[in-house]
Design a protein around this ligand. Structure first.
Ligand SMILES: CC(C)(COP(=O)(O)OP(=O)(O)OC[C@H]1O[C@@H](n2cnc3c(N)ncnc32)[C@H](O)[C@@H]1OP(=O)(O)O)[C@@H](O)C(=O)NCCC(=O)NCCS
Length: 191
């Protein structure tokens, strides 16, 4: 395990059956091919905003927009990228706000990996960035994702109608938010 990897499951197999050789670490430029393979999986595409036939060069382009306000994690199993999650912090008067995006390999969903990835991001949001508001949008029919987000403290804010086009149909999305317990230094005063 390298320095920037975490593996909080000490046993060979976790209680929910997920193999323990899964590590979570920061994404690296050389991960682009593995990330592309992940993003081209049909289940991953169905739950996210990815288009079919994403190329490695497109992935590289997206990955190159990183900076101090962007954290992107990958989960790996035996060198394969099996999950990805990112947190973007906005700027200026929205610098207390972050947005989450994530996805897990089709063969690994429902085993707690999404929970682990999101927990890692929320640690950054709460303990290192003091984010007050974390927001996301999720396809309205993505019950597994909505279930996960609710369990992690997100609430529904509203429905975004015909938000995206997917598989030949317009679909609704749900806007969700988690208001964190970021420390506040005092009362705000209006001027
Ligand atoms: C959504 C996603 C990230 C969740 O990751 P995951 O590893 O499957 O999630 P976990 O196993 O940690 O947790 C899923 C939770 O949803 C619950 N769940 C599963 N199916 C469900 C369903 N049909 N309805 C409601 N809850 C459901 C599980 O029971 C679990 O909760 P629990 O641990 O309390 O039992 C993953 O399924 C995924 O990547 N899907 C494809 C891409 C995608 O949809 N990305 C999200 C974009 S917003």
């Amino acid at each position: 395990m390298t320095k920037n990897q975490t593996n909080d499951d000490a046993s060979e197999v976790t209680e929910n059956g997920l193999a323990a050789d899964i590590f979570i670490r920061a994404v690296e430029p050389e991960d682009a091919p593995g990330v592309t393979t992940l993003m081209n999986l049909p289940g991953y595409r169905w739950g996210t905003m990815r288009l079919p036939y994403q190329s490695v060069s497109t992935t590289r382009q997206k990955m190159s927009t990183s900076g101090p306000n962007f954290v992107c994690l990958v989960a790996t199993s035996k060198e394969e990228i099996v999950g990805m999650a990112s947190l973007t912090r906005f700027e200026g008067r929205r610098s207390h706000v972050g947005a989450v995006g994530m996805g897990v390999h089709d063969a690994y969903v429902g085993n707690g990996l999404g929970s682990r990835l999101l927990t890692s991001l929320l640690d950054v949001a709460d303990d290192w960035w003091a984010l007050r508001r974390i927001e996301l949008t999720v396809n309205a029919d993505n019950e597994r994702a909505i279930g996960l987000y609710k369990r992690m403290g997100f609430e529904r804010e509203g429905v975004l109608r015909d938000y995206a086009f997917r598989g030949g149909a317009f679909i609704d999305a749900v806007s969700m938010v988690r208001l964190g317990n970021a420390p506040r230094s005092g009362q705000s005063s209006e001027t």
